[in-house]
Design a binder for this molecule. Sequence first.
Ligand SMILES: [Mg+2]
Length: 472
Amino acid sequence: MLSVDWVPEKHRLVAGALQRAAKLAGDEVMKSILATQFHTTINTCIRCLHSQALRLQSTLRDEARVIKDGSHWDVLTKGDVLAQRVVMRELTAVLGPNIPFVAEESGESGAVPDGTLLASVNKETGAIQERRFITIDPIDGTSNFACNGSDWSVALCEVVDGKPITAVVYLPRRQTMLTAVQGHGCRRNGQPTPPLPDRPLERSLVAAEMGGFIGEEGLQKLLRFPTHSLGIRNAFSTTGNVDDLLLGITALFLHLRGGSIWDFAPTALLVQEAGGVVRDAEGERLVWDHLMGSLQPTGVIFAASPAVMEQALSVLEAPSPDVLAEARKSTVQALFESLQTMQGSAQASFLGEDCVWETMPSSVASASPPRGKAMHLRWMAATMDEFTDFRIEPRDMVCQGDILFCHCRSHATHKLLGPYGQDYTFTFYFEPGSGGKLRRVKEFVDSKFSVEFFTAVHRKRKKAAAAKLAKL
Ligand SMILES: [Mg+2]
């Protein structure tokens, strides 16, 4: 068994018991001769277990495989029941009968042996009514286990006063025992884990749980991450993904919905003790006094550094494409309505400082070259001064990415020529992620109408000027 010499004296009993229980359960799930192997060295155990893993996994994965709670992704196998029984029996024998467990599998499944104590939990709120308890995920990654994957584990955690104190995660087929004690670091197979990578999100791989349990909104949020990182991978178990983060393969692991305290308490302590950061999906610190899961669907984010956590939260907090599209349509509507004030400066709040406004096509563009913000506002003020009751009525708006296309029609009275109105097609380029700031506008006008109308305006002005001159 792995040494717990590095663990402070007062935590040694629990740390040792958790390690032993996790390993016992993992071993027994993979082979039935655990009792004799337990007394051999860890390396001998691992070698032996690895060679038999496939055979035992294939035996256990198909037996007693049922679906829980009506969700096809929530699978229970004989391996879960077996592992939990081993863990509860072992920990009760070592730590005494009064230590309460918060365990994933219920008594109905046969996973709770006689003489073991389950924590008192409020059924409506999921609040755990114990000061000290041990969480048990007998198999984290049951879907992996059932599909013959290798990324599953036995995950245990001692929680005291709402804080994970001792965490043990044993991944038999990765030949990995992860252990952490609050304030005393994280270890892999007894050795301190190396520092986590200090890479920005855009140069990192991201891990993310992706399944129906995440929900449509969560899945849409996850789809943003490939463009902000090197890409997404998924071990399809919380502990497998956390092990990847501890190995430096990924710098971020997102589990936006569906996990419970037995998934997150041990893994959060491992990551924090390795130097990483763990927060809920809103960036708040987690309190470990309730079940989470369906009763309190808190997402959890694991990051290798505070900087990556900050980047992840800003990606998550960005409005969804649908919300952004609606905000952009409202902005364009407001921009058009601002023209009714007949003051060009009313557009100022919608234009970014470097915004450029172009009038097109080229047959009229020569009269109005691309204008920067200040020049455009002056130009707009002068143009509006020629009209009364100017308004633009949008007909169609389509938002795609950061671009909004809009076909519209104007209605106005020109002070010299009277009724005015023409068609336009605008292409509005928004600043990335912004619903209210424009960085470029292309205004396609009805060139025939524009040239004829403003040539007539020019001719009338010229005629009036000549008449004025003749009177002198
Ligand atoms: Mg489980």
